[in-house]
Design a protein around this ligand. Structure first.
Ligand code: F6P
Length: 540
């Protein structure tokens, strides 16, 4: 693979080059950044100058992307080709927000259905928010979204992110099959005034189906016709009917919407109920702006493409195993969890589209926490550990609390300081000088100084946006979706299947009867069998 080899050559050349020295070129900050302006979002600014990517490396990365066919694949995705080859499906989450377009799948325009479903969702959300759709004893005050993975993480993340816009019924999210979660949520609610949304693309996911039954039994204790207070979001209309949900309360979607890309359509209903249809439209419009940019901008000026190529450089070329997502925006606390599914379920694959083993590592481990909390937890390792962890910072120009603007400035100062500290580091000489100021000398000064050295030269990127509005959030999420797409194309994998989640589900189905004493555990490996026995001894 000549392009990977060219990039490895680049790495050998730049590995020892301090990032800081690259700023000898005074235009670096401008050349290695991308600004995107739209009336919906204002300016979104992506700075990747604090990496050791120089002009030649960027050229090599862009060449890699072109050779991998990113531009053709991008067009194939937007135009409805079946690029999810292992499942034989189109990948059209972009159609859910490109509302004026015509998008053909197998020769027919899918957009009339998309628009009709959106209109139904809007009318339902309005009726609910305005009190025309009521519970058994009055206005709906609470909505419980039961779903998992892509049927939970997106709306749960976005409802929290957009809390300043949440003026509808309170939204709660239940995902885990651990009864602790649903018990805690339902304990605080009144069944008479609660609406339950069962969100599941397949309507077979065991966690969601189990929790849905639990919620139905809870509601049936005081509501005569619980099905009236249930809504389903699914592609499996036969199964929603079998569950007893009125077809008028079912919002369907097509199989070309992947689970982890689904919050733009019916799976986003809880978000729409929380923030209102107008704000939901702004969320879609922000994403559509990013789509348009991604589809049309040359790769070198293309924000998702460059975010992806920075990721490829760090993971597949430099070999760094992880990537930290660090939103200096408390409301984005669930963004790392959301991106864990988006990135790791999409690109955590070791086999290319044609079935061959990858020649390079798969996508990275993604983790993160909002700043400044993470600073007091895992940043120690990021600054002084032996592994390099590229960091992706996100920061708003303004918070939603004008009276606390001074706290926002402190937040921003911390964010910029962390990125600078990672790059700049602290030399042994500087550490010695610090220790000398405290009065230390000799061997003790030397020993203490070594602990205070920061190697520096650690890469980070920064995404800055005016304020976390619905449109900005939409644009940010679309940015990450397209980043995952580009990384997947460069790796030659299918980012849109998830066969790696299957085996554990199958084995859980076999182990459950053993825990229930209805099947012998002895035939399993000795560890599993022993653990089953131990749990049975505990009285599971
Ligand atoms: O197990 C993984 C997965 O299939 C995800 O891809 C998906 O988002 C999640 O389960 C939930 O699936 P469903 O919406 O069909 O319940």
């Amino acid at each position: 693979m000549t392009n990977w080899a060219a990039l490895r050559d680049r790495l050998r050349e730049v590995a020892q080059q301090p990032i800081l020295d690259l700023f000898a070129d005074e235009s670096r900050a401008q050349i290695f950044s991308i600004s995107l302006e739209s009336s919906e979002t204002g300016e979104i600014f992506f700075d990747y100058s604090k990496t050791n990517i120089d002009q030649s490396t960027r050229d090599a990365l862009l060449e890699l992307a072109r050779e991998a066919g990113v531009e053709d694949r991008r067009e194939a995705m937007f135009s409805g080709a079946a690029i999810n080859e292992t499942e034989g499906r189109a990948v059209l989450h972009t159609a859910l927000r490109n509302l004026d377009a015509e998008v053909l799948v197998d020769g027919s325009d899918v957009m009339p259905d998309v628009r009709a479903t959106l209109a139904r969702m809007e009318s339902f959300a309005r009726d609910l928010r305005d009190g025309r759709i009521r519970g058994s004893s009055g206005r709906i005050t609470d909505v419980v979204n039961i779903g998992i993975g892509g049927s939970d993480l997106g709306p749960a993340m976005a409802v929290q992110a957009l809390s300043p816009y949440c003026d509808g019924p309170a939204c709660h999210f239940v995902s885990n099959v651990d009864g602790a979660q649903i018990q805690q949520v339902l304990d605080g609610l009144n069944p008479d005034t609660t609406l339950v949304i069962v969100a599941s693309k397949t309507f077979t996911t065991i966690e969601t189906m189990t929790n849905a039954q639990t919620a139905k039994a809870w509601m049936a204790r005081s509501v005569a016709d619980p099905a009236r207070q249930f809504v389903a979001l699914s592609t499996a209309l036969d199964k929603t009917a079998a569950f007893g949900i009125d077809p008028a309360r079912v919002f369907g979607f097509a199989d070309w919407v992947g689970g982890r890309y689904s919050m733009w359509g019916p799976i986003g209903l809880s978000l729409m109920i929380a923030i209102g249809p107008e704000n939901f439209r702004a969320f879609l419009a922000g994403a559509a702006q990013m789509d348009q940019h991604f589809r049309s901008a040359p790769l070198g000026e293309n924000m998702p493409a460059m975010l992806a190529l920075v990721g490829i450089w760090h993971r597949q070329v430099c070999g760094y195993p992880a990537r930290a997502v660090l939103p200096y925006d408390q409301r984005l606390a669930r963004l790392p969890a959301y991106l864990q599914q988006l990135e790791m379920e999409s690109n955590g694959k070791r086999v290319s589209m044609d079935g061959a083993d990858l020649e390079v590592p798969s996508g990275p481990i993604v983790f993160g926490e909002p700043g400044t909390n993470g600073q007091h937890a895992f940043y120690q390792l990021i600054h002084q550990g032996t592994d390099i962890v590229p960091c992706e910072f996100l920061l708003a120009g303004k918070g939603h609390e004008p009276a606390l603007a001074h706290q926002h400035r402190l937040l921003a100062a911390n964010c910029l300081a962390q990125a600078e500290a990672l790059m700049r580091g602290r030399s042994l000489e500087e550490a010695r000088a610090l220790m000398a100021e405290t009065g230390l000398e000799g061997d003790e000064l030397e020993r203490q100084a070594r602990h205070r050295v920061f190697p520096g030269n650690r890469p980070s990127t920064m995404l800055i946006y005016p304020k976390l509005t619905p449109a900005v959030l939409g644009a940010i999420i679309a940015l990450y979706e397209h980043r995952v797409f580009v990384e997947g194309v460069v790796l030659g994998i299918n980012s849109f299947d998830q066969w790696g989640v299957e085996l554990g589900k199958v084995l859980a189905g076999e182990i459950l009867p053993m825990l229930e004493g209805q099947a012998p555990a002895a035939a399993r490996d000795a560890s599993t069998a022993g653990l089953v026995d131990k749990l049975r001894d505990f009285g599971i």
